[in-house]
Design a protein around this ligand. Sequence first.
Ligand code: NAX
Length: 366
Amino acid sequence: MRRPVRIAVTGAAGSIANNLLFKIASGEMMGKDQPVILQLIEVPQAMEALRGIAMELEDCAYPLLHTITLHDNVEDGFKGAHHALLIGSRPRGPGMERRDLLEINAEIFTRQGRALNDYANRDVKVLVVGNPANTNALIASRNAPDLSPCQFTALTRLDHNRAKGILANHTGACSKDVKNVIVWGNHSPTQYPDLHHANVLGRPALEQIDNNWYRESFIPTIQTRGGEIIKARGQSSAASAAQAIVDHMRDWVLGTDVGEVVSMAIVSDGSYGIAKGIIYSFPVRCDYGRYQIVQGLEISEYSRQRMTATEQELLDEKAMVEHLLPKEPEASHQELSTCIRSGVTLYADGTGPEANSKYLTTTRVM
Ligand code: NAX
């Protein structure tokens, strides 16, 4: 058996986690030969509910589930974590403005960024799910000066999967026959689900669908799908969000399938003219535990307008929390080639390479 990896999950008693934890424990995310240690984190008032979930996990007797630990604070919960899934966040309350929501969550993600910086494994891979996910990820990353900004990502894979599923259904294909859909920008209604590079059964998607349907129906459907699900079932997407988290992390860690492009919100390096330093969803491929933006795609005038609109929203969100972002790590977010790239996995038991070892470090972009 391989050495277990530590996976920290916040919001672990919530709806998404309730679907997710059982998938992780069964090996769907990290692979069927990878044991896992679940470090589950909740607010103090939800610890009893969390204890119930831990009992259920135990009762499944998953062969890959090595250990479960429960925590009411992130400083303990993030210790030695190789993967951190930041799902818990403050939902928007009645009468709450977007600015208030951003500020309240800024406090949560500031603390989480610092805790990751101080306690997580140096090579930790972070996925932010709690909304507003992109800007929360930026806040966490800016508060973790000793980690690389490249280690922080936000979830747009649910939007990507929605685009695949709905396009497949419309064209009568299976979702496995749909390739290269892209979601650009923010996980919000300004996101741009782009089909200009997509193909269905090897032929360009846009040749197989009506352009009017694409612009007037498909795009708004993807953008507002979350709200539609809440209207229909009275609760927000949980099972599909859990599946998207599994897909995002599995691809990041184990690599995307050959020829497959997926969408991940990552710190912008200026590709496609997008402002550097914001967390923006790009088309990526993953290998060796790293992601790389797919370069060289032709961008139409229509796409450019959509990409700029969602970029502008992220710049506005950033401006709203600018006073809460530490200044010092700004340079590393602007110039990714100068940031620390960790290629070394450290183990809490001291058997891994030394922290300052040159062994295995790399400047390769992947
Ligand atoms: P729930 O309200 O069911 O669960 C959230 C859990 O987080 C609660 O148990 C709460 O006690 C806990 N929590 C809150 N603050 C915490 C903190 N500081 N530390 C640890 N735990 C904390 O929400 P759920 O349906 O699970 O959704 C979680 C988040 O995902 C929400 O912010 C939601 O908006 C967001 N989503 C993001 C998606 C994406 O694609 N990026 C899609 C799905 C989802 O809407």
